[in-house]
Each structure stands twice: as structure tokens, then as C-alpha cells.
Design a protein around this ligand. Structure first.
Ligand code: FMN
Length: 219
């Protein structure tokens, strides 16, 4: 499975099989985390045991079960920290999907149960559960191309492909509060269309999907 195929196949999965991630797969995930941290300056950590992190009554009520492992998204505090966590975290999500794993982003979790290293000046922004899903999840409602774009004329093919992939991106509470535009030089821009929980994390996630599918960068 390619990353583009992973965009289509991925859905949030909150219930997992009671099965640890295979050692060779963990090794691949650790290598990917190292590569991403090198590229981004983040301090993301793969936590092999998720004991209790998703065990609160509210998590259980919303279907969280048997999460074996998770990524702790930690990084140096700064204005772009949340967006960076979104962008690079989604790289891990899609990579995990290509390895036959399932994931779910989680802004709600028991921070006190997270044993990740958080250095001076760093912050734990959120987590991503990872493991073998009890199911593959399912498609959900989505905004339309028109609802998330503001255009003067016809959009080029690469822009349409990018927005379609962006609409498949996970966002907090499925809020999809983002807007794509094209400037007079034909360059794509992305911004939040309203306030909302983790909206800057969402922007990073959506940006990664758009860039992957369109082959262009977004400002
Ligand atoms: C930044 C962020 C935070 C999220 N936090 C939670 C959470 O705390 N609990 C939860 O059950 N799902 C959480 N989600 C998952 C979203 O509810 C899910 O991505 C959205 O409903 C879209 O569904 P899909 O991922 O299957 O496309 C989060 C997603 C994102 C992107």
C-alpha cells in the first residue's frame, strides 16, 4: 500500500485487537520516528505500552479498547508547534496504515499516564493511538469541495486532487474547519475557517494530505 492508498483506506479506529505490534513492525515505526524527528526538530516518541492512557470512563464510553501502543507528540514550544505535530504526526499515521496498522488521533487522553520524555521548553501536544484494529473503521460525513475552497475561476487538476485528499484527512471532532484558496500566481494557500479545538493541528494534517496528493506545496 502506498501513502496515497493509505489516505483512502484510513479511518479512525478506537477499538483494537488484544495483540501487541510485531517486533519487526515496531522497529520500522521507531526508525520512521527517528527520521521524522531529524527532519522536523520534534521529539515524537513511540510508546510501546499504552496502559491506562485511553482508559478513562469518557474514552471507554466513546469506544476506546485495548490500545496497545501510541505516539506521544512532543516538541519545543513555539508558534508552529501544533501545526508541525499535525503535519509530521499524519506522516506517521499514513506510514502506520501502509504497515497494516490502524490509528486514531487523540486530544483527550490521560496525560498523567504518559511516560514520554518532555524536555525543558517542550510540550506534549497530543497522542496518536496505534495498533491492529478490531475493524478498519468506516467512512464518515464530509464537507464538500465547495465548502472548503474559495475560488475565482476553474481549479487546476492538481488543486482538485489536493483538496479531495484534504477532505479525507482526520480533523478534531470531524470539524474540517479549513479553507483552500489560489492566489494570482497560481499558488495554494490554506487557513483555518473558524476557531475550534486543535484547529492548528488539523491544519498541519490537512496540509500533508494536500501536498502528498497534489505534488505542490501550500502556503
Ligand atoms: C487533532 C485531533 C484530535 C482528535 N482527538 C480525538 C479524541 O480525543 N477522541 C476521539 O475519539 N477521537 C479524536 N480524534 C479523531 C476524530 O474524531 C476523527 O479523526 C474524525 O471524526 C474524522 O474521522 P476519521 O478519522 O475516521 O476520518 C481526533 C482527531 C484529530 C485530528
Amino acid at each position: 500500500m502506498t501513502e496515497l492508498e493509505a489516505i483512502q483506506a484510513r479511518h479512525s479506529v478506537r477499538g483494537y485487537l488484544d495483540k501487541p505490534i510485531a517486533p519487526e513492525t515496531l522497529k520500522k515505526l521507531r526508525e520512521k520516528v527517528g527520521q521524522i524527528n531529524g527532519e522536523s526538530g520534534l521529539h515524537i516518541q513511540l510508546m510501546e505500552e499504552a496502559d491506562g492512557v485511553y482508559g478513562s470512563p469518557i474514552s471507554r464510553l466513546s469506544g476506546w479498547r485495548n490500545v496497545p501502543s501510541y505516539f506521544a507528540l512532543v516538541g519545543p514550544e513555539g508558534p508552529k508547534l501544533e501545526e508541525k505535530c499535525g503535519y509530521y504526526g499524519e506522516k506517521l499515521v499514513l506510514y502506520a496504515q501502509t504497515l497494516g496498522l490502524n490509528t486514531c488521533w487523540a486530544g483527550i487522553f490521560r496525560a498523567k499516564q504518559v511516560w514520554a520524555q518532555i524536555g525543558e521548553g517542550e510540550r506534549l501536544v497530543l497522542t496518536i493511538a496505534v495498533g491492529y484494529g478490531a475493524t478498519q473503521g468506516k467512512p464518515r460525513k464530509s464537507k464538500t469541495f465547495q465548502q472548503v475552497t474559495e475560488l475565482k475561476g476553474e481549479a487546476p487538476d492538481w488543486f482538485q486532487k489536493g483538496v479531495e485528499a484534504a477532505l479525507l484527512a482526520p480533523t478534531a471532532v470531524n470539524q474540517q474547519k479549513f479553507r483552500f484558496t489560489l492566489d494570482e500566481n497560481g499558488e495554494a494557500h490554506l487557513k483555518a475557517s473558524a476557531a475550534g479545538p486543535f484547529v492548528n493541528v488539523d491544519l498541519g494534517i490537512v496540509k500533508y494530505h494536500f501536498e502528498l496528493a497534489s505534488g505542490r506545496t501550500v502556503k
